[in-house]
Ligand binder design. Structure first.
Ligand SMILES: Cc1cc2nc3c(=O)[nH]c(=O)nc-3n(C[C@H](O)[C@H](O)[C@H](O)COP(=O)(O)O)c2cc1C
Length: 297
């Protein structure tokens, strides 16, 4: 049984690397064969939005390392994902990778396998969306996130001298290996507000009584009990989350497919209207659009 550690930080010997390696040591102790990749060593281009892959049947046309990373992930029985928090969120290198997974269909080889997420951060109160992107990716792949940790480790090497955190991630790694072996995907971390991704970020909807987990798209009802906020999610709410097989199917049937039909049906009209916009600022120099200088007669 193989557990893959993914380090999504450019910083060599940085906190994410130390935490992922410590977690892998835990996984090895629990009988796993450890593998590791540094996402930032792979050349991943941005998604160009060409839309050709969106059926999930045509692979992405970009020639880079995207599929190499995916193959390493798919060959694993469990994943330990570590990254820094950048601007309250995931770092750009990780987002680049996520965007490219639009070419990945459902289900995929990672479906049902365990994963754990470790985010290193510097400043309390600057981490609100730290889990959103990793949760989106791993849930999109149908993985079971069995734990997640947000650990303060700002300066290079902080991870090395935080024994409590090292102990925590060591057991997180062990748990991934154990889950891969036994199939017990029970969530081991601190339960948050969303019953699926356990994040605490909720969006208040316009009716001013419902809330939504922006990652999972689960709607619940907000209420105050004894002066405290409570959120009620029913089983039906949970089943309507975007990561269920049914919702994936609905998304394709009612959004992606009709979108494609509409695109085909309006192709000529697009062609007619394109001219106006390609004639306006027609030249691009070094990535900057330049307005044409009026030519003398
Ligand atoms: C560009 C950049 C943005 C950052 N933004 C945040 C932030 O929004 N919140 C935070 O708590 N720490 C932030 N940090 C600090 C990192 O999360 C912290 O140093 C982390 O330990 C780096 O992990 P690493 O050593 O694995 O790269 C930022 C650091 C950088 C370089």
């Amino acid at each position: 049984m193989k557990v893959l550690g993914i380090v999504a930080s450019h910083r060599r010997q940085g906190n994410s690397e130390v935490f992922v390696k410590e977690a892998l040591m835990g996984a090895e102790e629990a009988g796993a064969q450890a593998d590791i990749i540094r996402l930032t060593n792979f050349y991943i281009e941005p998604c160009t939005g060409c839309g050709r892959c969106q059926s999930g049947r045509i692979p992405c046309h970009i020639q880079d390392d995207f599929y190499r990373v995916l193959e390493r992930m798919n060959a694993s029985d469990g994943i330990i994902l570590g990254m820094p928090c950048y601007f309250h969120n995931a770092p750009g290198a990780f987002k680049l990778f996520i965007d490219r997974t639009i070419a990945v269909g459902y289900p995929n080889p990672l479906h049902g396998k365990p994963a754990t997420v470790i985010v290193s951060y510097g400043n309390r109160g600057f981490t609100s969306y730290a889990f959103s992107q990793p949760n989106l990716l791993l849930h999109k792949f149908g993985m079971n996130i069995i734990d997640q940790a947000l650990i303060q480790a700002g300066a290079p090497g902080d991870a090395l001298i935080n024994d409590k955190a090292l102990g925590r991630v060591h057991s997180m790694g062990k748990a991934v290996a154990a889950a891969a072996k036994t199939g017990d995907m029970t969530f081991k971390g601190e339960k948050g507000l969303c019953p699926v991704c356990h994040d605490r970020v909720l969006r208040v909807l316009k009716d001013m009584e419902s809330v939504e987990c922006p990652t999972c798209c689960i709607h619940g009802k907000l209420r105050i009990v004894d002066g405290k906020i409570d959120v009620v999610f029913t089983e039906a709410d949970i089943n309507k989350g975007r990561f269920s097989e049914e919702q994936w199917y609905r998304h394709h049937m009612y959004h992606v497919e009709p979108g494609r039909e509409y695109f085909q049906a309006t192709k000529e009209l697009r062609k007619e209207r394109r001219g106006k916009y390609s004639a306006y600022f027609p030249k691009e120099e070094k990535g900057i659009v330049v307005k044409p200088v009026a030519q003398e007669a």
